[in-house]
Ligand binder design. Structure first.
Ligand code: FPP
Length: 242
């Protein structure tokens, strides 16, 4: 009922989220940043469940950028532990709810146990068709574009072929890697090297809510805002084209 009212063809929708504000959420409570990331992990669980219930096709979450390695070692390792424990606790749940989990980004700088947890999660959830969940870890959109260019540098290629190569370069699977709705929490309004190619015609939605406070209702508000927009992909509005 809710999903039909909310969005007309949810299964073909690709929503991507830049989950920002964990640190400020913790600081506002006088807590170390790690608590903010932990609360951010709880928000991930809530939002993934909501996305599956709403029947959204693809959800891509920006969990760790290539540039995030420059954060203090303590914070980096606590984030890596969080990703690992998320995969350990959620893989079976995802499989039983038809959620297909896919990690995008570089793998070679992750620890062997994390790489193994990613591999296992992708195998166990591979038959899911209710929701494609992409988690971006050690992800850089610029790197994915460079890698794609390297892959097909000397072929004569089309825009579609290049688009597929960008998706392949970062292990981004699914019916379409184009982002329809890009949400950023935490009050900042920038893309931070996330899905630059795939967001060519994405509708952008910024909210001041810190990521750990982001609820299902906030996702629904963003989806309503998306639905109210007229997407023209560079064309004229229908009335003006007559
Ligand atoms: C940005 O907030 C957030 C991150 C760099 C990490 C995102 C990670 C999570 C939401 C944790 C769990 C994720 C998964 C997939 C289990 P920030 O730290 O830059 O916040 P700030 O701008 O307030 O300092």
């Amino acid at each position: 009922m809710m999903q039909r009212a909310l969005i007309s063809q949810p299964r073909s929708l690709h929503t991507a989220i830049i989950m920002d504000g964990n640190g400020r959420w913790a600081a506002a409570r006088g807590l170390p940043r790690g608590y903010g990331h932990k609360a951010g992990g709880d928000a991930v669980r809530r939002v993934v469940q909501a996305a599956a219930e709403l029947g959204l096709g693809t959800l891509t979450l920006y969990a760790f950028s290539g540039d995030n390695w420059q954060r203090p070692e303590r914070e980096v390792s606590s984030l890596m532990r969080l990703f690992h424990s998320y995969l350990l606790s959620e893989t079976e749940k995802c499989a039983s709810h038809g959620i297909k989990l896919n990690v995008i980004g570089r793998r070679d700088r992750l620890s062997p146990p994390l790489i193994e947890a990613v591999r296992r999660a992708e195998v166990i959830t591979s038959r899911g068709s209710a929701l494609q969940l992409n988690i971006a870890i050690d992800y850089s959109s610029r790197d994915s574009i460079i890698n794609a260019a390297r892959l097909i540098a000397d072929a004569s290629f089309s825009r579609e072929a290049f688009s597929r190569a960008v998706a392949d370069a970062m292990n981004l699977k699914g019916p379409s890697s184009d982002v329809d709705l890009l949400i950023r929490t935490g009050g900042e309004q920038r893309l931070s090297d996330f899905m630059l190619w795939e967001s060519a015609y994405a509708e952008l939605y910024f909210t001041d809510k810190m990521w750990p406070d982001f609820e299902r209702a906030d996702l629904e508000i963003a989806l309503r805002s998306f639905q109210a927009r007229e997407r023209r992909f560079g064309r004229l509005p229908e009335a003006a084209a007559i």
